[in-house]
Write a protein of this length. Structure first.
Length: 253
């Protein structure tokens, strides 16, 4: 994608769970090269929005245009193959496997039919390619020294980076991160922010759900604030911080 081009256009996206409108006709856009932060109180509908955009949940109505195509109704695997890749709020890994194996396996599950049975039929060539890609992505984010450590022995910060490496294996143009800084120590947060800035400088766009305001404000180009399933405001970090509505509803000041 060309920098500045509209990469993701979320248009009046809605999700009802029975009588509850979890996401109420939300619209926002992300331009190529931007980092967008999605913030709001618990229950605001952030994770549901994320799941709608990434194909994990079906929409009640609305459109999700990614690189000019309406991907609403596509499976999460089809969406990943089109260039949108995500991490989950809780780290998903096999602790007894190495970092490299975890990333290679994740790359595999994203790109193919995703069954273990199919994986056992992988030919040597395909397996070599998956491991080479996993190693390249781990190197890219500064984890070359941890390839052969057991994933379960890593601290939370490196585990989150491992998940990002896994999401990068499908060569996405848009990365969706659900609360990547939650629970991290200050040093780990700084290391994560450095990696995200590096990815941005390499042309990646990022949509990030996050609670940690200091982390968000110092990193993103744009913020969308959600409350009760609707969009309260969107703008630059400075505009959002200056908004009286946001201060009242979210920052509590
Ligand atoms: P956030 O991520 O901003 O904390 P969520 O998107 O998780 O908010 O939730 C938004 C609302 O939708 C909440 O009221 C939540 O209880 C409800 N909700 C989320 N997922 C489901 C579901 N699978 N079934 C029923 N209600 C749900
Ligand atoms: Mg959530």
């Amino acid at each position: 994608p060309v920098a500045g081009e509209v990469l993701l256009d979320v248009n009046k996206v809605r999700k009802q769970f029975g009588g509850l409108v979890a996401v109420n006709d939300i619209s926002f856009t992300i331009r190529a090269g931007d980092i967008m932060g999605l913030i709001g109180p618990n229950g605001a509908g952030k994770s549901t929005t994320f799941n709608l955009v990434s194909g994990v949940l079906g929409l009640t109505s609305g459109q999700v245009n990614f690189r000019g195509r309406n991907v609403a109704g596509w499976s999460s695997r089809q969406i990943a193959q089109a260039g949108m890749s995500r991490t989950f709020q809780h780290v998903k890994m096999i602790p007894e496997m190495t970092v490299l194996e975890n990333v290679a396996l994740g790359g595999y599950l994203r790109t193919s039919s995703g069954t273990l049975k199919a994986m056992l039929r992988l030919d040597r060539e395909e397996e070599r390619r998956l491991f080479a890609e996993a190693e390249a992505q781990l190197q890219r984010i500064g984890m070359a020294d941890k390839l052969h450590e057991l994933a379960g022995n890593l601290a939370l910060g490196p585990q989150r980076l491992m998940e990002i490496a896994r999401a990068l294996c499908t060569d996405p143009s848009l990365l969706l991160l659900d609360e990547p800084a939650a629970g991290l120590r200050l040093k780990e947060k700084q290391a994560l922010a450095d990696v995200l800035r590096q990815l941005k400088s390499e042309g990646l766009s990022i949509l990030l759900v996050e609670h940690d305001m200091d982390f968000v404000m110092g990193l993103v180009d744009h913020i969308t604030v959600m409350e009760f399933g609707t969009k309260l405001i969107s703008g630059t970090p400075a505009q959002v911080q200056a908004s009286p509505e946001v201060r009242a509803a979210y920052l509590g000041t």
